[in-house]
Design a protein around this ligand. Sequence first.
Ligand SMILES: NC(=O)c1ccc[n+]([C@@H]2O[C@H](COP(=O)([O-])OP(=O)(O)OC[C@H]3O[C@@H](n4cnc5c(N)ncnc54)[C@H](OP(=O)(O)O)[C@@H]3O)[C@@H](O)[C@H]2O)c1
Length: 286
Amino acid sequence: MKTITLNNGVEMPAVGYGVWQIAPEACERYVSEALAAGYRSIDTAQAYYNEEGVGNALRKSGIPREKLFVTTKVWISNAGDEKAARSIDESLRRLQTDYIDLLLVHQPFGDYYGTYRAMEKACKAGKVRAIGLSNFYDARFVDLAENMEVKPAIVQLETHVFCQQAKMRELVKPYGTRIMAWSPLARGMNGLFGNGTLQAIADRHGKDIAQICLKFLTDEGIAVIPQSTRKERMASNLAIGDFELTDEERGMIRSMDGGKPLAADFNDPALAKFLLDYDRQFNPGK
Ligand SMILES: NC(=O)c1ccc[n+]([C@@H]2O[C@H](COP(=O)([O-])OP(=O)(O)OC[C@H]3O[C@@H](n4cnc5c(N)ncnc54)[C@H](OP(=O)(O)O)[C@@H]3O)[C@@H](O)[C@H]2O)c1
């Protein structure tokens, strides 16, 4: 399976399985199916409330721990040195593991400097192998990357054919940070699965649109964490190693980039206000 080498030498599978919005009670089953389909990298978060289901599936799989790659994220309500440190121990307990492979600051709100410091300490203590960010853009990303000792290994961003993150890809280079695409299939938005250009490329290769999208992103050096609750799609989303896109096809897909996220613009103050209000109401850390 194709891997990406992070800026601290850790190897990460280029394709992982995401579990956002998978109910806690269903998570164990879907992650077990994903592991059976061949996934070895799982992306969860404290705020998904399903770390325990991920942990159950990993433990019961019998797959040696070193062959697995587990990503989780510290939520806003756990921000700050002490709360983040406690939440990391709690994530380890829920995930039923001695270490997290990749730990991210989930959203750029609250005391995320304190959170990142706690993550650096967890890294030094051997509880975490690599740390990074999620939804940090532009000046916020640069400020943190410049100021912290451990440079973010990953920044997880909404990335798909309609939002290819050209600017962020350049901006993260000096820090050796890699991009991990959330919603790599754009959750089907913008008519992705009915897109004529993508369908024509897919037909040429005997593949489907999802495979073309995932192949394109991983070829660009971007990690992807598609989600599906259907076994056949779990498998097909992983089966992208047996064909090559042509330069012309890559050019056609590059020209689809609208340069703007479709789901969430983290530079938008209205989104920040909405998410902070939401967090105060449903604060999962308290
Ligand atoms: N860091 C963050 O803030 C953040 C935000 C959002 C997401 N994420 C992570 O990114 C992961 C993936 O993102 P996402 O779940 O939003 O979106 P996604 O992976 O782009 O799309 C998932 C949707 O596409 C469908 N799908 C999957 N494979 C398909 C295929 N081969 N053909 C047709 N439809 C297909 C799925 O439906 P079926 O289940 O019916 O197949 C599901 O509705 C999440 O699970 C989460 O781990 C992170």
